[in-house]
Design a protein around this ligand. Structure first.
Ligand SMILES: Nc1ncnc2c1ncn2[C@@H]1O[C@H](COP(=O)(O)OP(=O)(O)OP(=O)(O)O)[C@@H](O)[C@H]1O
Ligand SMILES: [Mg+2]
Length: 244
């Protein structure tokens, strides 16, 4: 089977420290996949490996069957980083035009696409305001529009809802569901099992650079649905004899 995203026995080290320890991950095309784990578990490192930003010590990463460095892989991926860094004096229009150009979106199409995306994320009204005047949630919405600018098949989102208030979270969830229904593959990291439960087809829980549980939300949560936070904490504590 050809997966949208795949890590095979992925090992990543920083100096003498092993951060990803033979990680296996398979994300099917068209699914919403939640990647869960505590701080420092290796979520962002896995994501950077999927984007080709980190070279593994061993193992393999495939994006739609090819290396993440391959131009076709880059075209098919949209990425929302843990924390977006923009020049503060730019406006959403300028940011999206800049990224659209980098991604090779043709000019006429880009103008239409920017309008469509800014309306989709509810930021059309503030399209000409400098980003330095934006709240975290507003900036996050611009980041999402940026990730979608070249109409990628697959979205990789590093903690997309962190720092958002409940309304903004709900809006983002419904946007992600819409994108999923349009056929996009969505892979996102989170600390929160409850979030993944609301959205995902499949989840994986990572701890100390290893996947300790994976499967459909129903199979992973079987019989545990009444206290998700307790389940998540117990799962993390019980793996590897509780060492963190
Ligand atoms: N560039 C780096 N150099 C050295 N160590 C790093 C580097 N990047 C990550 N690490 C280490 O790798 C481990 C995993 O970090 P990572 O950022 O992948 O975790 P995470 O699961 O995304 O955590 P969080 O939920 O806090 O974002 C941590 O121990 C971190 O200190
Ligand atoms: Mg992280």
């Amino acid at each position: 089977m050809n997966y949208a995203l795949e890590c095979r026995a992925l090992r990543v080290s920083f100096g003498t420290k092993t951060t990803l320890d033979g990680l296996d991950l398979k994300v099917r095309a068209g699914e919403m996949f939640g990647f869960l784990g505590p701080n420092g578990a290796g979520k962002s490192t896995t994501i950077k490996s999927l984007l080709g930003l980190i070279q593994p010590a061993s193992g393999e990463v495939l994006v739609h069957g090819v290396s993440p460095d391959h131009p076709s892989a880059r075209r098919r991926i949209g990425f929302l980083p843990e924390e977006a860094m923009y020049y503060r004096f730019l406006t959403p229009m300028e940011i999206l035009r800049f990224y659209g150009d980098i991604c090779g979106v043709e000019r006429g199409l880009l103008t239409r696409r920017i309008e469509e995306l800014l309306k989709l994320v509810g930021m059309w009204e503030v399209r000409n305001r400098q980003i330095k005047t934006f709240s975290k949630g507003m900036t996050q919405k611009i980041s999402l529009a940026q990730a979608l600018i070249h109409d990628p098949d697959t979205l990789i989102l590093d903690e997309p809802t962190s720092g958002l208030d409940p309304i903004a979270r709900m809006d983002l969830r419904s946007l992600l569901k819409d994108l999923r229904h349009q056929g996009k593959t969505i892979f996102f990291s989170s600390h929160e099992l409850s979030e993944a439960e609301l959205l995902c087809d499949t989840i994986a829980i990572i701890k100390n650079g290893k996947i300790i549980k994976t499967g459909s939300v129903e199979s992973v949560l079987a019989g545990k649905e009444h206290n998700l936070e307790r389940f998540f904490i117990d799962t993390i504590k019980n793996a590897d004899g509780g060492a963190r």
